[in-house]
Design a protein around this ligand. Structure first.
Ligand code: NAP
Length: 511
């Protein structure tokens, strides 16, 4: 850290202390770099695994794969670890790699502006304190801003109302009449947990999800001991899970007809778990298997058959001070409403947060949907790297694999900047354009785009799929193996500062 006129300056500022931000920090640390800082708005580390602590929260990707490749954890207690265990795992990573002194928790970066003359980013936090940095790595994730539905009257509700990501643990649900809106990945995890407590649960379903059985189980102490003593066994298991999940790409992206088999598995699961044919009909999706995220659960369907649960599928007309009015005009009084309505995945960065060259706002640039080069860099926004940026999400495997691929790319960028004496790297617009044309071309025939559903994968305005990587994850890793300086305009330390409005005027190319 350097003091620049009373303002702390770092080589790298990282936003977010989840898998992305911590992974980046650990890699910097392991490479001998200590001139960096990690900001997070929360009071603890974990990112999504810190904030999402609703009852039943767990990961739906096997933990042996959903973890850092350099930090395998032989102690996982289940195949699909629960939120607390994943959060503790990340805390242990912070401890082991000595990241503590680099963390600035409870510090939300409200805005960051590229300063042309100094060739640096100026970050301002929610309290007005400033920091500058040569490079910013954003690890704020695509699923961090809750989506509040635009239902008439929602603000007039007089009972308790909260989003699944901001669970109100101080509100006792025992004996309450509760409306749950949404039946996505979060809701299907908390509905079975709260069903046992509440007096009545009205579940408002707009679109039924495809659900398959969850092959979860405890991992015995003997197995853990084996993983501890023979790390190769755990690595082999991780590799096997990786290959199994990659196999899904054939169905999702290449030959959608292959989805027939898992679709039958899901239908059989529904038939076994829901005896009532009328309820089964309501729960049967009418779009292709895989179009929305496929969910895994053994306890969601059984919970719906309990006498205190009402599955309501006629829509929501409005919300009144004491109840929810369905599409038929029937009002049901409730004490609380829980929104399981997901996240603003398609517009992850708010207007006014990131301003690049010539004061251009990133959110305004992205009005028709986010777009980046290799999901990581954006023309006009030098020295900014986005982890889990546009089109790096997955519908089939572990995003930690994608995050690690991007971290490798950023690490190589930082090394090359140092080696070549570069002050800035900025991806060229035409490289970004060509990359995205290819990505969008490949997404066209996938089940995510052509499966006949509306999902958070697609941008609400343009309809473009701005969230998912269209193929195998190893293809993404191959593309991000090295930082391809040829795709970038660069400025050397000694170059004169660019004139406003003269983008590209003094850029060099180093290869
Ligand atoms: P989601 O999958 O986007 O589900 C949101 C639900 O709310 C959907 O059922 C949606 O219905 C409904 N909804 C939204 N607006 C509505 C409205 N105005 N009226 C009625 N219903 C409305 O959100 P999520 O369940 O929070 O999950 C989001 C993503 O987070 C997941 O896909 C996953 O990637 C991640 N996640 C992962 C895990 C995990 O285990 N790894 C757990 C939780 C979440 P429609 O389907 O009709 O839009």
């Amino acid at each position: 850290m350097e003091d620049r006129g009373g303002i702390p300056h770092y080589r790298v500022a990282i936003l977010g202390a989840g898998f992305s931000g911590l992974g980046m920090g650990i890699n910097l640390k392991r490479s001998g770099e200590s001139d960096f800082i990690v900001f997070d708005k929360e009071a603890g580390v974990g990112g999504t695994w810190w904030v999402n602590d609703y009852p039943g929260c767990a990961c739906d990707v096997e933990s042996h794969l959903y973890s850092f490749s350099f930090e395998l954890n032989p102690e996982w207690s289940r195949l699909y670890a629960r939120q607390q265990e994943i959060q503790r795992y990340l805390e242990a990573c912070v401890e082991k790699y000595g990241l503590g002194p680099h963390l600035r928790l409870e510090t939300e970066i409200a805005s960051m502006v590229w300063e042309e003359a100094e060739r640096q980013w100026r970050l301002t936090d929610g309290h007005g304190s400033q920091t500058t940095a040569d490079v910013v790595v954003s690890g704020i994730g695509g699923l961090s801003a809750p989506y509040y539905p635009d239902i008439p009257g929602l603000a007039s509700f007089q009972g308790r109302c909260f989003h699944s990501q901001q669970w109100d643990h101080d509100y006792p649900l025992e004996g309450k009449r509760v409306a749950v809106i949404g039946t996505g990945a979060s809701a299907i995890q908390f509905v079975p947990q709260i069903q046992r407590k509440v007096e009545r649960l009205d579940l408002y379903q707009r679109t039924p999800p495809w659900i398959v059985p969850k092959p979860d189980r405890r991992i015995s102490e003997r197995e853990q001991e084996r993983f501890r003593r023979y790390p190769m066994v755990q690595k082999a298991l991780r590799a096997a899970i990786y290959c199994m999940l990659e196999g899904r790409v054939f169905g999702f992206a290449l030959h959608p007809k292959l989805m027939e088999y898992p679709k039958r598995v899901a239908l059989r699961h529904l038939e076994r778990q829901v005896p009532d044919p009328d309820m089964r009909r309501k729960l049967t999706p009418d779009y292709s298997f895989g179009c929305k995220r496929v969910l895994i659960s053994n306890d969601f369907y059984p919970a719906l058959s309990k006498p205190n649960v009402h599955l309501l599928t006629d829509g929501i007309r409005e919300i009144r001070p004491h109840g929810v009015v369905d599409g038929n005009g029937v009002e049901r009084e409730v004490d609380a409403i829980i929104l399981g309505t997901g996240f603003r995945a398609a517009d992850p960065i708010p207007i006014g947060m990131v301003r690049g060259r010539h004061g251009e706002d990133l959110a305004e640039r992205w009005q028709d949907g986010p777009e980046a080069y290799k999901g990581t860099t954006v023309a006009g926004f030098p020295n900014l790297f986005l982890l889990m940026g546009p089109n790096t999400g997955l519908g089939h495997s572990s995003v930690v694999y994608m995050i690690e691929s991007q971290i490798r790319y950023v690490m190589d960028a930082l090394n090359k900047m140092r080696r070549h004496g570069l002050r800035t790297v900025e991806v060229r617009s035409r490289m970004q354009q060509a990359f995205n044309d290819r990505v969008q071309g490949r997404l066209g025939g996938t089940v995510w785009n052509a499966g006949g559903c509306r999902s958070w994968y697609l941008h609400p305005v343009s309809g473009r799929n701005v969230t998912l990587w269209p193929g195998f994850t190893w293809q993404f890793r191959r593309r991000t193996r090295r930082f391809d300086l040829r795709a970038y305009d660069t400025e050397r330390v000694s170059d004169p500062v660019r004139e406003e409005g003269a983008a590209g005027a003094s850029t060099n190319t180093v290869s």
